[in-house]
Design a protein around this ligand. Structure first.
Ligand SMILES: [Mg+2]
Length: 439
C-alpha cells in the first residue's frame, strides 16, 4: 500500500465569543482536514490546526507524503526532525507558547505537520487491517476516555455571523455566578466528572469565587482545575493557589498560572513551603520533549498537558506517557476548538497511553451539529467519556457535504490566522492588548 494522493481541506467552523488571556475567540475558528488516499482505494483522515501557516506546512511535505508507504512512519519522523533542526537556527525566540496560540508557533511546525500525517496514516492502516487505531499502536489501556467540562467566561452569542449565527446555548457568563449555571448545563448534557475553568479573564478574586462556587455546587467528587494561561504574576499565582488550596486538591490542579519555567518553579516552591501540594499543570511552559527535563529538574510542572496534534502524533503521546510515568509526572491533554476527527484522535491517543492520569480537556461542547464534519453527526459522550468504537481506524468518516459547506465558509472569511487580540479590540476595548502578567 502506498499513499497515492494527499488532499488538504481548509475549513471554518462557528465559534462562540469565548474569553481567555489571549483575548476573545472570533466568530469562526479555522481547522484543516487531511485526507490521504491510498493506492488500494482506502482513505485515512486527520484534523489539525487551520489557516495559512498550518496549511503551507502540510503543503510543504506533499512530495514526501505522496508515494510513501504509510507503515514507514519512523522515516517520516526522522525527515521531519531533520527539517526542524535545519530551520530552528533561523527562528528567534524560545519554543514556549507563552505568547503564541497553539497552531501559530513556528517551532511546532514540524511536529504539528508530522502529527497530522501520522494520524491519517494510522487511520489508513487501521482501515486496511480492519482494526481500531488504538489497537494498531499496541492496544488500549482503557475502552473509554474521560473528558472534562471546559468552562469559559464568555460574551453573549453562539458563534457565526449574520444569517449564519448559531444558537447561544449557554448565554453570557462574565461573573462568578453565571459560570456555575454554564457548568450545570454542560454537566447535565454531557455527564462530565471533572471541571476546568479557563481563567486569566476577570479579576483573580472573581475567578477564585468562581471556583469556590463550583465546589459549593458540585462538591469534592468533581475535581476542579483553573487555567489562566500565564496571566498572573508569581505573587498572584501564590495568592490564588493559597486561596484555592482545598478546592484544587482531590484530583484538581493549577494550570499555567505564571509565565515561563522559572515562574512556574517559583510558584511551586512557595506553595510547597506553605505545605500546599496543589500540582501545577502546563501546556505552555512544556510543549515538547525538550522541555520535560528542565520541568522535572526544577519541579516547575508536575502534570504535562499533551496534545497529539503538536507533540507529533499518537505514538509520541505513548512515548510521553512512558516518560511521565518514569519521572513520576502526571499526564493529561489540553485542547483547542475541534471537530469529531480531532476528538477521536485524542480519544485513541488517550486510550493507548497507559500513563494518562486525568480527564482530557475538550472544546467539543462549544461547536454544534451544524459544523460537524463527521458522517452521522456529533460524537456521543457517555457519562463524560467517549467510547472507542469497534470500527476500523479512527472510527469516523467524513461527511463530504458538510466538508464542502465548511470549506465555503473558510473561503468567505477575511482572515487566515487566529487573532484573539483583534477581536478584543473590535468588541471590548479598542486599546486592548495581551499583557503578561496582567495581575
Ligand atoms: Mg492550558
Amino acid at each position: 500500500m502506498k499513499i497515492a494522493e494527499m488532499r488538504l481541506h481548509p475549513i471554518a467552523v462557528a465559534d462562540a465569543p469565548l474569553r481567555s488571556s489571549y483575548g476573545r475567540h472570533a466568530p469562526y475558528a479555522l481547522r484543516t482536514i487531511v485526507e490521504l488516499r491510498s493506492t488500494d482505494g482506502l482513505t485515512g483522515i486527520a484534523e489539525t490546526y487551520g489557516g495559512d501557516g498550518p496549511l503551507a506546512a502540510l503543503e510543504g511535505v506533499r512530495s514526501r507524503v505522496e508515494g510513501m508507504d504509510p507503515f514507514q512512519l519512523s522515516r517520516l519522523w526522522m525527515q521531519s526532525e531533520e527539517d526542524a533542526r535545519r530551520e530552528q537556527a533561523d527562528i528567534a525566540g524560545g519554543r514556549s507558547q507563552t505568547y503564541l496560540v497553539p497552531g501559530e508557533n513556528p517551532l511546532d511546525k514540524h511536529t504539528r505537520t508530522y502529527g497530522a500525517i501520522e494520524v491519517a496514516c494510522l487511520d489508513l492502516i487501521g482501515k486496511a487491517l480492519g482494526k481500531p487505531l488504538c489497537d494498531v499502536v499496541g492496544g488500549r489501556a482503557r475502552n473509554e476516555v474521560a473528558f472534562s467540562c471546559y468552562l469559559f467566561y464568555k460574551h453573549a452569542g453562539g458563534g457565526g455571523l449574520g444569517a449564519d449565527e448559531r444558537e447561544d446555548e449557554y448565554g453570557e457568563a462574565l461573573d462568578a455566578v453565571s459560570i456555575v449555571a454554564q457548568a450545570r448545563q454542560m454537566v447535565a448534557r454531557y455527564g462530565f466528572k471533572e471541571i476546568k475553568l479557563k481563567g486569566g479573564v476577570l479579576d483573580p478574586d472573581i475567578e477564585i469565587d468562581s471556583i469556590r462556587n463550583l465546589r459549593a455546587e458540585f462538591g469534592p467528587a468533581y475535581p476542579l482545575r483553573i487555567d489562566p494561561n500565564c496571566a498572573w504574576s508569581v505573587d498572584t499565582s501564590v495568592h490564588v493557589g493559597r486561596s484555592l488550596k482545598e478546592e484544587l486538591s482531590d484530583g484538581g490542579y493549577l494550570e499555567d498560572p505564571a509565565a515561563g519555567m522559572d515562574g512556574m518553579a517559583e510558584v511551586r516552591r512557595r506553595l510547597l513551603a506553605e505545605g500546599n501540594q496543589t500540582p501545577l499543570a502546563s501546556n505552555v511552559a512544556v510543549t515538547c520533549f525538550a522541555h520535560v527535563p528542565e520541568a522535572w529538574r526544577t519541579d516547575a510542572v508536575q502534570i504535562v498537558l499533551s496534545d497529539p496534534h503538536y507533540w507529533g502524533g499518537i505514538r509520541n503521546l505513548q512515548r510521553l506517557s512512558h516518560l511521565c510515568d518514569t519521572l513520576g509526572m502526571g499526564l493529561s491533554m489540553h485542547s483547542n476548538n475541534h471537530l469529531g476527527v480531532s476528538l477521536m484522535t485524542m480519544a485513541h491517543a488517550a486510550a493507548s497511553a497507559p500513563g494518562l492520569t486525568y480527564a482530557c480537556d475538550t472544546h467539543y461542547p462549544w461547536q454544534t451539529e451544524q459544523d460537524e464534519v463527521v458522517a452521522g453527526g456529533r460524537i456521543a459522550f457517555h457519562q463524560g467519556a467517549v467510547r472507542i468504537p469497534d470500527k476500523p481506524g479512527l472510527g469516523v468518516d467524513l461527511d463530504f457535504d458538510q466538508l464542502q459547506k465548511l470549506k465555503r465558509l473558510y473561503e468567505g472569511l477575511p482572515f487566515r490566522k487566529r487573532d484573539d487580540e483583534a477581536e478584543m479590540r473590535k468588541h471590548v476595548d479598542p486599546n486592548w492588548r495581551r499583557i503578561l502578567p496582567r495581575w
